[in-house]
Design a protein around this ligand. Structure first.
Ligand SMILES: [Zn+2]
Length: 304
């Protein structure tokens, strides 16, 4: 893991700031906040992506594992509500703020489960398309031990989790998890609230897939569904509709600019999303980054 590259994700508004100024997280000072979602299902917030976990009679199913140094604190937060061991850790995608704790949870006995593209990206290493920062590949128990293609159901006694792969959304390996008995959906970074979402275009991400994921959540949600985003506050169907509307407007405006023949520099100068900046609390850097990821995910392939 590259702590510097990922520290900026946890810093919120500085989501994609370049490497040099990125601040390290002081993990000793991070508190884990537990939110009871009902029906023995919980959300954890600490450093990195949000965690969801469901408690069964003989084990726990957990979604995402934050940064590696958070393992002990996450484990303690789970132990505060159940004596059951973590049987499964599901990765919503390969980024280190969601998979950093995998190795330690695997050593504790958990099976780490992800879409097959997550394993490929973690093993090969990856490059951030915005910053060109390189993340090295990992081996052994830092890799998922169970992978799947389009859908998978995981069960512990009395509980189950439905895993669904979304094609080319935040990355090319996204999973969202449905805990039907608790009416909870865990979205990973296809949904990021309180700041602009990242779209990892260099690793298969595309704004069209982000919108398709939102369509799926809205279609399956009712007024009581609790939706755990990859980052930001717990939300619901209404919150999802507002987020989707922002993505759709961003896609449509960018498509128009691309059709007019605008370059990446042109679209950055045009500030096409200025009206969203305040809503999401974006600064110049995060605003520019969102323009760049939307542009790069939609731009036509280079002519040979
Ligand atoms: Zn991510």
């Amino acid at each position: 893991m590259k702590p510097i590259a990922f520290a900026i994700f946890a810093a919120g508004t500085l989501a994609f700031a370049g490497g040099a100024q990125a601040q390290q997280i002081d993990y000793a000072k991070v508190d884990v906040k537990t939110t009871d979602l009902g029906h023995q299902t919980y959300m954890l917030e600490g450093a990195g992506g949000n965690v969801t976990f469901a408690v069964g009679k003989d084990g726990v199913i957990m979604v995402d594992s934050q940064f590696a140094p958070m393992h002990d604190k996450l484990k303690a937060a789970i132990a505060a509500v159940t004596n059951q061991p973590v049987k499964y850790v599901v990765n919503t995608h390969f980024h280190g703020d969601h998979t950093g704790g995998d190795e330690a949870f695997a050593k504790d006995g958990a099976t780490v489960v992800a879409n097959e593209n997550v394993k490929k990206r973690l093993a090969s290493g990856s490059i951030n398309g915005l910053t060109n920062a390189k993340t090295d590949g990992v081996t052994g128990q830092a890799l998922p031990s169970k992978t799947y293609g389009s859908a998978l159901t995981l069960s512990v006694k009395g509980r189950s989790a439905q895993l669904h792969h979304v094609l080319n959304a935040h990355t090319d390996g996204d999973t969202y998890v449905v805990f039907k008995d608790a009416n909870v959906i865990s979205t990973g970074d296809t949904v990021t609230l309180g700041r602009y979402p990242n779209i990892d275009f260099a690793n298969g991400g595309n704004i069209k897939g982000m919108i398709a994921a939102c369509d799926a959540y809205i279609a399956m949600a009712d007024a009581k569904t609790k939706i755990v985003p990859g980052h930001g506050n717990l939300t619901d169907k209404k919150g999802m509709q507002a987020y989707r509307a922002m993505l759709v407007a961003a896609r449509d405006r960018m498509k128009k600019l691309i059709k007019e023949g605008k370059s990446e520099q042109d679209v950055i100068a045009a500030k096409p999303f200025a009206d969203f900046d305040k809503q999401v609390g974006a600064n110049d850097q995060s605003s520019t980054n969102f323009i760049r990821v939307v542009y790069n995910s939609l731009k036509p392939a280079k002519k040979m």
